[in-house]
Design a protein around this ligand. Sequence first.
Ligand code: PAF
Length: 289
Amino acid sequence: MPDIKVINEVEAMQEISEFLRLSGKKIGFVPTMGYLHSGHLSLIKKAKEENDIVIVSIYVNPTQFLKGEDFETYPRNFEADYELCKNESVDYIFYPDNLQMYKRNHMTNVMISNITTKLEGEIRPGHFIGVATVVLKLFNITKPHSAYFGQKDAQQCIVIKRLVEDLNVDVKIEICETVREENGLAKSSRNVYLSDEEKENSKVLFRSLELGKSLILEGVNETDKILSEMGNLIKQNIPGVEIQYIAVTDNELLNNINELNNYTGNVLISLAVKTNKTRLIDNILFYKN
Ligand code: PAF
């Protein structure tokens, strides 16, 4: 197995990507903040299947964390990530530091309106400015044909698709299914913060999403009833949980759907909870006739 090339500098990565493109290679890109798990690996596998070259970025982007959030303590383990990437035959890891990514006098940010102030954006104001800015920078650095994101971060997927469409970014966005633990808990680097008991209790999040989905597909009309049944199920199973939001929306503008009987199309049920110190998000996406 050939060693992966680890690139720390923006200009070097750009030169390599340009050369690969000119040589007719198709580049697949998987942006990550590291501490890779099987969710990331599923993105890498898909990128591998569909491209000649796979670039994975590992960068914990400070600008998408709010003051008081877990930027400092966000789990990091480059050696383990390197081995996992090697097992998947990744070609390049782009692994910059903050000075490479945000030069002195950095002043430009990408602000997408409307959809970025709802749900996650309401709880984490400014978060998506950080995400959109770094993702656009990473696209400009790695010059991919396709980029791979996990459905687990449903709103991030919507935001990135908007960014690409609105700014005519020439990258195909591929959304891959959420990978789950056997008990249904969505894989996340932040799951490392959970005790075994919390992990076990948190399986109810996916159960509650499935409950919401089945109530909608059975024809329940009032969204409030669905939200309260889901909320009750979560509260009964996670002691002391703080439910930050549960929402039933469309999957493009993230508008609330209040009268379900009048609605046809994709339905996204998404939620965020805080259990002890850990914030967990999850969602389920399905089509309603
Ligand atoms: O989903 C993530 O890990 C991050 O938000 C991303 C897309 C790598 C940007 O920092």
